[in-house]
Design a protein around this ligand. Structure first.
Ligand SMILES: Cc1cc2nc3c(=O)[nH]c(=O)nc-3n(C[C@H](O)[C@H](O)[C@H](O)COP(=O)(O)OP(=O)(O)OC[C@H]3O[C@@H](n4cnc5c(N)ncnc54)[C@H](O)[C@@H]3O)c2cc1C
Length: 383
């Protein structure tokens, strides 16, 4: 139970108003719990607003993680149907401009673990005017990917949770300490809760420095770019990934042909591996295209962005997509925490206090499904 100035009681307190905190708030209120959420900024501005907005089940390995991603996808579609935030069922295209890329895609489709199918260059041209036909050998179309707008989704979901489900949001409120289930904010307020869920994203150090040090979590910085509006494309245009992406998502690692592709890229373009570059494009309302990205870890992370990385990303993108206007309107970077082997770093730190951080590069895709599964488990444990 929470005592906030003696006036209000809550069942669940959440630290962090990014997509992971919102996912837990939603799954908690759907079970009838009364929830308070603390976000230190005026409106969430971490990884959850800086991403591609790709809900990307095809990147998850077959089995439990892929199933969780599909469950998450259903929950996003539910939010779309309810009119909470815009959710486009756009699908995705992986393009192959090299034979070894097509080999991996063919083997992946033959495994039949996901829903992708091989498409030829003509079919790709019909599906997306973005695909660069020069040297295009074929690709894979997958129907399971969605597009959400990260710039507005967290805000819309928070408003909906507040208006329709009476979640109490405390924005501009940093949590300074969580001990013995008691929450203390930096402006001196105190709360207690039956269950506290810490969803602080890339900042676990502030509340739990020792835990962060021993967790195996690493920070990762990604550079991103956005073009101005382009004609002939819209938010229903499939997301595009290049052959480089096949070495980024673990779903493709089960293919025998995968290592050959990795070896070729490492040999031909070592800088791409050095900066963790693979390239993707996502179209937003009005025809703006969000482009990325790179992955720099740990001590390599600098507050200053590297022009060399942006140039490499753009050079690789120009091989696989065509745009009428390549001028860049916005550049930014985002940081997330990632665990080497876990899809999320989840830990009961003391009775009633849980950490739920480190969803890495798949937090938009996985958070709803992961949170739902966690709440199901907690319910079972109570019985
Ligand atoms: C550039 C980029 C592109 C990406 N693209 C995709 C994609 O297309 N698809 C996909 O599935 N995933 C993508 N991801 C990953 C995804 O964005 C993250 O996994 C996800 O947003 C993490 O959500 P979060 O809630 O844990 O973190 P955040 O969004 O960072 O939220 C954490 C929040 O906690 C708050 N907070 C921290 N400490 C405190 C405190 N003590 N008190 C109060 N508040 C606190 C912070 O202010 C912050 O708002 C991408 C990530 C990046 C950076």
């Amino acid at each position: 139970m929470i005592r906030s100035g003696g006036s209000t009681d809550f069942d669940v307190a959440i630290v962090g108003g990014g997509i992971v905190g919102l996912a837990h708030a939603w799954r908690a209120v759907s079970r009838g719990h009364r929830v308070v959420l603390f976000e230190r900024t005026q409106i969430a501005e971490g990884a959850s607003v800086r991403n591609f907005g790709m809900i990307w089940p095809v990147g998850q390995p077959a089995g439990e993680l892929y199933q969780t991603a599909l469950e998450s996808r259903d929950l996003w579609l539910q939010l779309g149907k309810l009119g909470v935030t815009s959710v486009e069922n756009c699908g995705s295209l992986h393009l192959a401009h090299q034979q070894d890329e097509l080999d991996v895609l063919r083997e992946f489709c033959a495994l039949n673990t996901h829903q992708g199918k091989i498409v030829d260059p003509d079919e790709i041209g019909e599906l997306s005017p973005l695909a660069n036909p020069e040297g295009l050998l074929g690709g894979m179309y997958s129907p399971t990917e969605l597009r959400v707008d990260p710039r507005s989704a967290s805000h819309s979901i928070a408003n909906w949770l507040a208006d329709e489900h009476q979640v109490k949001f405390c924005f501009n409120t940093a949590v300074a300490d969580v001990t013995g289930g008691r929450i203390e904010t930096s402006d001196g307020q105190r709360f207690t809760a039956n269950r506290v869920i810490v969803c602080s994203g890339s900042d676990l150090q502030t509340l739990y420095p020792d835990e962060f040090a021993s967790s195996g979590l690493k920070l990762c910085k990604l550079q991103m770019l956005r073009t101005g509006p382009q004609t002939g494309i819209n938010e229903r245009t499939p997301h595009i990934a290049s052959g480089l992406t096949l070495r980024h998502y673990t779903s493709f690692e089960s293919c025998r042909t995968h290592q050959k592709l990795r070896d070729r890229i490492a040999r031909e373009s070592p800088l791409l591996d050095h900066y963790g570059i693979h390239v993707m494009a996502s179209v937003f309302p009005g025809g703006e295209v969000v482009l990325g990205d790179s992955h720099e870890y740990g001590e390599r992370i600098s507050p200053f962005d590297k022009t060399e990385i942006d140039d490499l990303i753009l050079a690789e993108l120009k091989k696989v997509i065509q745009l009428e206007d390549w001028s860049i309107q916005q550049r930014w970077h985002g940081i997330y925490a990632k665990h080497a082997s876990l899809p999320v770093y989840e830990k009961q730190i003391e009775p009633g206090v849980h950490l739920f951080v480190g969803t890495g590069g798949a937090g938009m895709t996985m958070s709803f499904g992961l949170a739902e599964r966690t709440w199901q488990r907690w319910e079972m444990e109570k019985q």
